[in-house]
Structure formats: C-alpha cells, structure tokens
Design a protein around this ligand. Structure first.
Ligand SMILES: [Zn+2]
Length: 153
C-alpha cells in the first residue's frame, strides 16, 4: 500500500491484529522512506446496496456517508474516531440483519440516532435536528425532555 505522506509504493506492515470479534483487521504500517506510520482497516463489504431517499431517488449505499454524518454530529465532542467507527459498524450489522438490499434513508437515520444516543447526547440532539429537519424550538425541547426521561413534568 502506498504511503499517504510521501507516495512511496512499498510500505510495510509492522503490526496486524483482528478487532471487533474478528470482523475487522487493523494494520499499522510504516513507510521505510519517510518513516511515517499509518493505520489501515480491512473489513467486509456487506450491507444494503441501495438507499431510498425521502423523494424516492436511490443512491448507492455508502459506509463513508454514514460515518461523515456521525463525524459532523460529534464535532468537538468527546467521541473518539474509533468510537464513531464502532457506531457505523453497529449500524451496518443491524442493517445486515434487518434490511434488504434496498433500505430507506429514514430507517438508517433512525438507527444512527439510537446508537448516538447511547454514546453522546449532544451529538444525538445535533444529528436528530438535521435528520428530523427541526424547524421549531419546541421540537428541540421535546427531544431534550425525552432524554431527561420525562422527569419533572
Ligand atoms: Zn512515506
């Protein structure tokens, strides 16, 4: 694999281990030319093939796209990149079990929300506001009320 820093063609693997119950292989690589180290992940290419959007258009299912949405919601939050990747993996494994080759974008959004809620409540509210297209302050209040478990009503 090519070095992302200097472009040298022949980097070497210095450590290789399986993570997430053997579903993912994580490799540490080193470039003999510039000495940079980087990490690569090898994982199955599974999951749905197509995402059906609200307006009925279809687009190719993309792990990257889910990760991007999560990264945006987690900006400046104490959630590590590794945790975000784990959320994506959990979302995809859920889809593998519960969705067909076509899945609606709202369905994916709902699963991401459930997962974010367990990890970071601010990220969850952010994601929900985009995903549910909040227009009124009441919608924020509803979701915050729900997070507090309806206490003090
Ligand atoms: Zn290099």
């Amino acid at each position: 694999m090519r070095c992302p820093f200097c472009g040298y063609e022949d980097t070497r693997v210095i450590e290789s281990r399986t993570i997430q119950d053997g579903l993912v292989v994580r490799r540490r690589r080193e470039c003999p030319k510039c000495g940079s180290r980087f990490t690569t992940y090898e994982r199955y290419e599974l999951g749905p093939a197509w995402v059906v959007k609200k307006d009925g258009r279809r687009e190719k299912f993309s792990r990257e796209k889910i990760l991007k949405g999560i990264m945006k919601a987690c900006e400046k939050r104490p959630v590590s990149y590794e945790d975000m990747e784990k959320i994506v993996d959990r979302v995809i494994s859920y889809l593998q079990k519960n969705a067909g080759k076509e899945v609606e974008s709202v369905f994916i959004g709902g699963i991401v929300m459930d997962e974010l809620k367990k990890v970071d409540q601010v990220a969850y509210v952010r994601f929900a506001s985009v995903y549910k297209d909040f227009r009124e302050i009441d919608q924020f209040l509803d979701i915050i009320h729900e997070l507090k478990g309806g206490e003090g009503k």
